[in-house]
Design a protein around this ligand. Structure first.
Ligand code: 13P
Ligand code: SF4
Length: 312
């Protein structure tokens, strides 16, 4: 935890009261940001929560597409993002113009997009999904209906394999963090910790996913680790999740999987780490930066997110 955590957290608490604000945070943010959040979750839980906030202001401690999703679902709220530069390599891999051109090549396909996309891409999407519900979303579509799945080729390939659907065309995008994990690194850890269960996020490459005892979203992984009788886990996703794992299950051991280059912090999302306590304070003090968008795009994007939320 940062040195002056108590003073910064107390200032944030005061500002939240003054501004009638709640803080939503993703599990990949830093432990101190997670500690000041009112609600902590994976992409799906955060989208659902954003729809039902009563406070006037939502401060989104996460990356830009997440704050945009909150604004789409809660247009009457002020939605703040502490650092608008916090992007996402998946969202960047797929812009609306390129997706529109891709769609034109496959006019009979339904578009399923991961929520890790811009509002413009969501407006071109029929149903959004997250890593928690991608399987249910694809299974809700008639088997004979061809699908464009964007933008994560790894998640798309995993769902294609699980469902055996050959009529899914995949966009060629990937997450720069999850692509870094290697089979060799995981097998080496498994040799040192033979009892450990390997838990993997489906944004990883197929060969890495094949090493898993459990594959799931960040919330799915957390749940699995809680329910499993195992005491040790090799965690193959962004390392921010370890803070919540250790706090929820203090008697279990969690080992972060290494990436190809062990000297870097490549198992951390640099974008998620751009949110700091100081940037949260400045954002609440100034009511800025704020997410704004035109109403027509918002409405089109809203339809694709609500279509996802309605699938149980
Ligand atoms: P989930 O929150 O669905 O696990 O996705 C992980 C992620 O990479 C978010 O950007
Ligand atoms: Fe995007 Fe990957 Fe960071 Fe998630 S972890 S926000 S998918 S770059």
């Amino acid at each position: 935890m940062v040195e002056n955590f108590a003073a910064l957290a107390s200032r944030i608490a005061q500002l939240k009261k003054e501004k009638d604000a709640v803080i939503l945070a993703h599990y990949y943010t830093t432990p101190e940001v997670q500690a000041v959040a009112d609600f902590l979750g994976d992409s799906l839980a955060l989208s659902v929560k954003a729809k039902d906030i009563e406070a006037k202001t939502i401060l989104f401690a996460g990356v830009h597409f997440m704050a945009e999703t909150a604004k789409v679902l809660s247009p009457d709220k002020r939605v703040l993002i502490p650092n608008p530069e916090a992007g996402c390599s998946l969202a960047q891999s797929c812009d609306a113009e390129a997706l529109a051109a891709f769609k034109a090549q496959y006019p009979n396909h339904i578009v399923v997009s991961y929520v890790n996309t811009t509002v413009g891409v969501k407006a071109l999407t029929d149903i959004c999904c997250t890593s928690s519900n991608a399987l249910q979303v694809v299974e809700s579509i008639d088997r004979n209906q061809p699908i464009i799945f964007a933008p994560d080729r790894n998640l798309g390939g995993y769902i294609k394999k699980l469902t055996g659907r050959d009529n899914m065309v995949l966009w060629d995008g990937a997450c720069h963090v999850h692509e870094e994990f290697t089979v060799e690194g995981i097998l080496e850890l498994k040799r040192l910790h033979p009892q450990a269960k390997v838990v993997v996020h489906p944004e990883c490459k197929a060969a890495v996913v094949d090493t898993a005892d459990y594959v799931g979203s960040t919330a799915g992984i957390l749940d699995y680790c809680g329910k499993s009788e195992a005491e040790e886990f090799i965690v193959v996703t962004e390392a921010g999740i370890l803070a919540e794992m250790r706090s929820k299950y203090p008697n279990k051991r969690f080992i972060a999987a290494p990436t190809a280059d062990a000297s870097c912090s490549c198992n951390e999302c640099k974008y998620m780490k751009m949110v700091t306590l100081e940037s949260i304070i400045a954002c609440l003090e100034n009511d800025s930066p704020e997410i704004v968008m035109d109403e027509e795009t918002r409405r089109s994007a809203e339809r694709s997110i609500l279509n996802m939320i309605s699938i149980k």
